[in-house]
Design a protein around this ligand. Sequence first.
Ligand SMILES: O=C(O)C1=C[C@@H](OP(=O)(O)O)[C@@H](O)[C@H](O)C1
Ligand SMILES: C=C(OP(=O)(O)O)C(=O)O
Length: 458
Amino acid sequence: MTATPAPTVLWPAPHASGAVDATVHVPGSKSVTNRALVLAALAAEPGWLRRPLRSRDTLLMASALRAMGVGIEETVSSASMMSSLSSLSPRSGGPVPPEESGEAWRVIPSGLHGPATVDVGNAGTVMRFLPPVAALVDGPVRFDGDPRSYERPLGAVIGALRTLGARIDDDGRSALPLTVHGSGALVGGPVEIDASASSQFVSALLLSAPRFNHGVRVRHIGPSLPSMPHIRMTVDMLRRAGAQVDTPESGGEPNVWRVTPGALLGTDLTIEPDLSNAQPFLAAALVTGGRMVIPDWPSHTTQPGDRLREIFTEMGGSCELTDQGLVFSGSGRIHGIDVDLGEVGELTPGIAAVAALADSPSTLRGVAHLRLHETDRLAALTKEINELGGDVTETADGLHIRPRPLHGGTFHTYDDHRMATAAAVLGLAVADVRIENVSTTAKTLPDFPDLWTGMLGM
Ligand SMILES: O=C(O)C1=C[C@@H](OP(=O)(O)O)[C@@H](O)[C@H](O)C1
Ligand SMILES: C=C(OP(=O)(O)O)C(=O)O
């Protein structure tokens, strides 16, 4: 029997009646939360994550670590009220009910053991960061996920782990689904990988490496390496947990990262707001000529979203870091931009949306690897903006965007959270934009529809 397809749910994107003037508390960073979970799970003592992001990607990470034997407890409202995270399941859509919104997670490492099953969903961080952890598990760990996860590149991680001593059964696919047959330890040592498809390959090998017998020496041998800030984030968080890491930036060889074996400390870490998820809210100020305050914007950070201060300033806004947070103002004008986004690829959908509303054309470069993200983002942005009357063409490594008067219509999101938030930005300026499956934002920002309508005072 064929299953009846689920009806398409369309969300009428709110149209802005005037300049936005709001303060939005953006939830924690996906990238920091999932690194913190992995490092805490591998530590020699318990640790804390405060203000973690609770979204599909981070709950999948937490569930996976629990399945391998790690204790993760949540404080609901005070340190004395603990509840086991096992009762909280990651969702594929919909907001997390407020009664489940915790403030801190305590991570209690233990001997990692299988058998275990890991659902990676469509989380790049889960599908790349956890196979190295599974190699340290005593027993088999089965990895599976959403259909799109089978298409996302993983071969470099699988190949590297085999070189480092792991046994992996992938039926020759070099992709998901697969089983890592952990033996409780991994030899480690030198390995070469081509990480031009994703920086997460490098981050994955570095994060678990303090626990490999010989640590790791990763040499990237590909033509380019995207998302360098995310690799810096990995290195920075490893060092905060006590690991010794040598990098090209600290005087090491170009394209080589080395992690020395050693015990990781249990840390007490407050997770920064997700600056890439601040993007649609800043864009709202830019598009409506309004003002947006994002509290707790860090003065120093490895998050790529920090580049928005510069990019959105070039596109017509102005910003200031104050005691209240980042104060960002639109001028009423939006300018096109010619920019290489290779370091900050995850910002591309939101920048493309703003660029489609600008007073001059834009060229977004350096992001060919976005074809392998949640969806083929270059194709999806081109098709969906053009269906609203836009004029976008794909290039070999990005997009040309020539602004045109846009009209309403259905904006398909392809299970991609950043397609949905980009569509919401367009909807502020274009009447009758309907967003398909806005609940896909639950991947990293479950409260998005409420935050968005709240921002507009609805
Ligand atoms: O390590 C991380 O947390 C991430 C790295 C980047 O991946 P790619 O290097 O695959 O673009 C980024 O796009 C993704 O959203 C998060
Ligand atoms: C590319 C992204 O996610 P992932 O961690 O699944 O790679 C993203 O969030 O834009």
